[in-house]
Design a protein around this ligand. Structure first.
Ligand SMILES: [Zn+2]
Length: 185
C-alpha cells in the first residue's frame, strides 16, 4: 500500500478489502467512465497552459511540458517539475519544465488535471505543506478526492491490475460497483 501510506489505517484496510473482493477496478470505472483525450505532448502543453493562464498567470513561463515514459512512477508518483539552469551568453537562464508519467496518458481527465494542478502548484510552493495544498484546492476544489482516487488506481496497477482506461477498452464499462466511503481524513 505504498501509494496510500499517508492515509489512515482504517481507510487502507477498506481499500485492501475492496481489492480482496475484486471490486476496486469497478469502483474506479464507475466513478470515472471515460479517459481524457490529451494524447500528445502538444495537447498536454496546451492543456497545462490553459490551466496556468486561468490560475497562475503570473508564474514563470513554462519552457517545456511533456509525457515522459522514463519517469519512474514509484519515485515520482505524480510527475516532476524541474528548473533546468544553464548558462547562455554569459547569463544564467532557468527553464521550467513539467513532465507527466506516460501512465497518465490513459486516465480520466479529472486525474490528469489533478497531476497538472499538483505540478503547477509546485511552481509557487516547493514543499507539500498547507500553502501548497491550499493552492491545489484553489485550482481544483476536489483535489484531495482526486489525489486519493489516483492513488487507488496506482495501487490497483501496482498489484497487477489491468489498465482501466486504455483506448481499446473504451465503452467496455463494467456493471454495478459498490458504494464506498473514500472520504479524506
Ligand atoms: Zn509534489
Amino acid at each position: 500500500m505504498k501509494y496510500l501510506a499517508h492515509y489512515p489505517l482504517a481507510l487502507q484496510a477498506q481499500v485492501r478489502q475492496l481489492i480482496a473482493d475484486g471490486k476496486l477496478a469497478d469502483l474506479l470505472r464507475k466513478r470515472y467512465p471515460t479517459a481524457h483525450e490529451v494524447r500528445t505532448d502538444r495537447a498536454l502543453y496546451a492543456y497545462v497552459i490553459d490551466l496556468k493562464n486561468a490560475f497562475m498567470r503570473n508564474a514563470e513561463p513554462l519552457a517545456k511540458v511533456a509525457f515522459d515514459s522514463k519517469l519512474h512512477v514509484v519515485r515520482h508518483a505524480l510527475g516532476t517539475h524541474t528548473t533546468v539552469s544553464r548558462v547562455q551568453g554569459g547569463k544564467l537562464k532557468s527553464k521550467r519544465e513539467i513532465r507527466v508519467a506516460t501512465i497518465f496518458k490513459e486516465v480520466p481527465l479529472e486525474l490528469l488535471r489533478m497531476i497538472v494542478v499538483h505540478e503547477l502548484a509546485h511552481m509557487k510552493e516547493r514543499e507539500h505543506d498547507k500553502a501548497f495544498y491550499a493552492l491545489c484546492t484553489h485550482m481544483d476544489p476536489d483535489y484531495h478526492q482526486r489525489e486519493f482516487d489516483l492513488r487507488l488506481y496506482l495501487t490497483h496497477r501496482d498489484g497487477g491490475g489491468e489498465r482501466l482506461w486504455a483506448p481499446e477498452l473504451a465503452g467496455d464499462v463494467a456493471g454495478a460497483a459498490p458504494a464506498c466511503a473514500v472520504a479524506q481524513d
